[in-house]
Design a protein around this ligand. Structure first.
Ligand code: NAI
Length: 382
């Protein structure tokens, strides 16, 4: 199958590698000729590295390279059967590109967007034939991460979605269906990992190193929230939080933190800037987490129950199926367990009780117990 990608940045190049790896012919277009050259050179380097490490045979690497071409010419996408857009995260720019795409693409061509926070319905609305538009949300790095969220727009034809799901499987990825709502599954359900950690910091209950240790040591998460935010970059992480907050009509659970806003304004963007919550300069002393086990347990349980509550709410509002919510968090962001399975392990009644305890103390809407937890707690009560 002939496929096209728009945008040769981190995601576009990664997705091209996935499609070419599955045997498709891929044309990658970018409107910045320099970005096109850079992406091509980067892919060659990646293939050389994977071959040197013995992860790819020479044959596999050259086969993959021969199936991808990088072009600065939009019309080169005309004969594709599927085009995936992975350009800058701005609605007006994406809408303009989809409008132009319809002028060159064949009427049967499926059009997908890799947007992480915009409305797929709003992007589809720019098209004369929105029934062929849907979201395919890959995770970074696309060749490594197994999850792909498939998001139908309000206008998408059912058949198009069925085909999208089978394509994702053919590419060796795991598809999960998500409703077109802010953050889809992963970027919505993961919000408390950051926001509750920031809240605990802002309340002066513990420092970043202690909170990070609580989540890795007691929770088994690969990275703590502050190390992860520093790694993602505060510009990116803050922008997603703000966008989900705005798009959810100011749901208090998604409220951004002034502490993180301050880091963005100061240019302390995390690891890439040498400074974020942690100081990455060579002379900086290593942070020392508190060894207080009771404090660590309290922090871990508080963040975990907020995550569980978020997953329960996503289920309550039909954002996705139960299995897909758990799959999304384990395969999209490497959580050690699915959150709804974790809820069963702890007991849904206990989770509801922990939420009520937080709510009783703070009296803030952000700590309200999800109706799904409440309903299931009542059903399971002796
Ligand atoms: P990036 O900044 O690395 O690459 C974007 C590329 O698009 C650039 O090379 C730029 O020259 C090109 N571009 C911009 N406007 C264009 C236009 N009108 N026509 C053609 N090319 C254009 O961005 P990245 O990180 O690859 O993200 C791309 C999309 O994927 C965004 O929608 C983002 O929200 C989404 N996404 C990003 C993830 C990430 O972790 N970076 C994860 C999942 C989705």
């Amino acid at each position: 199958m002939k496929t096209g990608i728009i945008g040769s940045g981190a995601m576009g190049s990664g997705i091209a590698q996935v499609l070419a790896g599955a045997g498709h012919e891929v044309t990658v277009y970018d409107n910045n000729p320099e970005a096109v050259l850079k992406a091509e050179a980067r892919l060659k380097d990646t293939m050389a590295l994977l071959t040197a490490k013995g992860k790819f045979t020479q044959e596999k690497a050259s086969g993959l390279l021969s199936r991808i071409r990088f072009v600065p010419d939009f019309d080169a996408l005309a004969d594709a059967s599927l085009i995936i857009e992975a350009i800058v995260e701005k609605l007006e720019v994406k809408q303009a590109v989809f409008r132009e795409l319809e002028e060159i693409a064949s009427p049967e061509c499926a059009l997908a967007t890799n947007t992480s926070s915009l409305s797929v319905t709003a992007i589809a609305a720019a098209c004369a034939h929105p029934g062929r538009v849907f979201g395919l949300h890959f995770f970074n790095p696309a060749p490594v991460m197994q999850l792909v969220e498939v998001i139908p727009a309000a206008q998408t034809d059912r058949d198009r979605i069925k085909r999208a799901v089978s394509w994702v499987k053919e590419w060796g990825k795991i598809p999960v269906m998500a409703r077109n709502t802010p953050g889809f599954i992963v970027n919505r359900v993961a919000r408390p990992f950051y926001s509750e950690a920031l809240r605990i910091l802002d309340e002066g209950l513990a420092d970043p190193a202690t909170i990070d240790r609580a989540m890795t040591h007691f929770g088994g998460f690969r990275m703590g929230p502050f190390a992860l935010m520093d790694f993602i970059g505060h510009d990116v992480n803050y922008a997603v939080t703000e966008s989900v907050y705005r798009a959810s009509f100011h749901e208090p659970r998604y409220k951004p933190s002034f502490t993180q806003k301050d880091l963005v304004e100061a240019g302390f963007l995390g690891k890439k800037a040498g400074r974020g919550f942690y100081d990455y300069r060579p002379e900086a002393p290593a942070p020392v987490p508190s060894e207080d086990g009771a404090l660590g347990q309290m922090i871990f349980k508080r963040i975990l129950v907020m995550l569980i509550n978020e997953a329960a709410d996503a289920l309550h509002f039909g954002i996705a199926e139960r299995e897909d919510i758990d799959l999304a968090m384990t395969k999209g962001v490497n959580y050690p367990k699915g959150l709804l399975a974790w809820a069963e392990e702890i007991g849904v009644g206990e989770c509801a009780r922990m939420m009520d305890e937080l709510y009783d103390f703070y009296r803030e809407d952000r700590y309200r117990c999800s109706p799904w937890l409440r309903k299931n707690a009542l059903q399971k009560a002796p």
